[in-house]
Design a protein around this ligand. Structure first.
Ligand code: SAM
Length: 411
């Protein structure tokens, strides 16, 4: 079967028509003619797999990684980096149009200084002696010896992490976080309890680690060494613990912070909802009259409070609660600017309703890793807040994932 690819849709697949039925195919480009086989045939659409590219796009490049298409980590490596950014821009604008019901072009694109070796955090999976990543749309583990999107230092550690997992059959996952400025952290997940010797782990690794957490049933049951490390971003210092979130593209951390910071006017009352360890909260506090952060994760809240101290911030409070409850607790603050950086699910309807009732709120800076949920939320805010600016910051080169910053102002 032969399909002409019309465009790339959110999720990274190409869209083409097969006897007027919509067909989704991975690893293709717009205007390519592709020979496919059908993997899934549903009533209203089908899913295919490319067998041969009969007419190639000028933007097709040879993937750098030998595991490309076998490993599920990347799905844009066959596309030149410039074209990846173009496609993401189109997908973002289409999401805004279809789901946000708003015609708005992307105002600024911030590419990653290096589109490879950018990940500072990697989650290795282990199963049946294989060490690597899940295959596309599967939980089968694909064995790898290197990863082109991960920090070179993480690549250096792969061989010894593999050995560690061979010597301890109960290890099912190893996460590694390698910040720009300090030593690494390991999170080791077990199927069943097994003793591990930290000294041996440390001595066998070619990179320095600050500490390691051992997890059983997703609960940390033991900590070796320190439970945290540090990262310096611009002039700010951040403690990041084993169980806290931090931005994963090491070349874009300072850029995303600066893009948010530019939108915050001096001397305002500012709230940072979904604040993590305070990446935005702390620099924002320096230029605010008063500010607050909201975060549900205990570990991140502890880090954020610690980070307030080491960065000499006195005008800010961190609330450990869910975003949906936060706006009741902080009603005394009367925020003028709110920053949101939610997980992929976006905001919740009840949270948006509360936001709409904040009388003093002038501006919303919405950082999103999911154009679909962000567009939905922007539409729900549209009665009172107009989308003024869209910036796309590429946090995830070689993959279809899109990160953007939306700036909304009261009408
Ligand atoms: C995408 S991260 C952003 C963190 C921070 N802005 C940064 O750049 O490092 C989202 C954060 O939201 C937190 N979170 C998830 N669900 C939440 C909820 N319902 N209420 C409050 N925080 C939540 C997570 O723990 C995580 O720290």
């Amino acid at each position: 079967m032969i399909v002409n690819i019309e465009k790339i849709v959110y999720g990274g697949k190409g869209l083409g028509k097969l006897n007027s039925k919509t067909c989704f195919i991975p690893y293709v480009l717009p205007n390519e003619k592709v020979k496919i086989n059908i993997k899934k045939d549903k009533k209203s659409f089908c899913e295919g797999y490319p067998l041969e590219i009969l007419e190639k796009s000028e933007y097709r490049v040879n993937p750098e990684c030998e595991y490309y298409t076998k490993c599920g980590g990347c799905d844009f490596q066959h596309i030149s980096y410039e074209k990846q950014l173009d496609l993401k821009k189109e997908i973002l604008e289409e999401a805004l149009f279809r789901l946000g019901k708003i015609e708005k072009k992307v105002d600024k694109i911030i590419p990653s200084e290096n589109p490879f070796y950018y990940r500072n955090r990697v989650q290795f999976k282990i199963n049946n002696g294989e060490f690597g990543f899940f295959a596309p749309e599967s939980n089968d583990v694909i064995n790898i010896d290197s990863c082109k999107i991960s920090h070179l230092k993480i690549n250096e550690a792969i061989e010894s992490l593999k050995k560690l997992s061979k010597n301890h059959k109960n290890i099912k996952e190893i996460h590694i976080f390698y910040p720009n400025t300090e030593k690494a952290l390991l999170n080791i997940y077990l199927n069943e309890f097994e003793e591990l010797d930290f000294q041996t782990i440390k001595e066998n690794l070619p990179i320095s680690i600050n500490g390691a957490g051992i997890y059983l049933k997703n609960k940390r049951i033991k900590t070796f060494g320190k439970s945290f490390t540090f990262e310096k971003v611009g002039k700010y210092n951040f403690r990041i613990s084993l169980d806290s979130f931090f931005q994963v593209n090491r070349f874009q951390i300072e850029n995303i912070l600066n893009e948010v910071l530019k939108e915050i006017e001096e001397n305002k009352i500012v709230g940072d909802i979904f604040c993590g360890v305070g990446l935005f909260t702390i620099p924002v506090a320096k230029k605010s009259k008063k500010s607050f952060g909201v975060e549900i994760n205990k570990s991140a809240v502890k880090d954020a409070n610690y980070n307030l101290k080491i960065n000499n911030i006195q005008n800010t409070k961190i609330f450990e609660t869910s975003a949906s409850k936060a706006l009741d607790i902080i009603s005394g603050y009367q925020p003028e600017i709110l920053i949101f950086d939610p997980p992929r699910t976006g905001l919740y309807k009840d949270l948006i309703n509360k936001v709409l009732n904040l009388k003093k709120l002038e501006k919303i800076v919405y950082v999103s890793c999911n154009p679909a949920t962000a567009s939905r939320d922007i539409n729900l805010l549209a009665d009172k807040f107009k989308l003024k600016k869209v910036k796309m910051i590429d946090m995830f080169p070689q993959t279809h994932h899109i990160e953007s910053i939306f700036v909304l102002e009261r009408i």
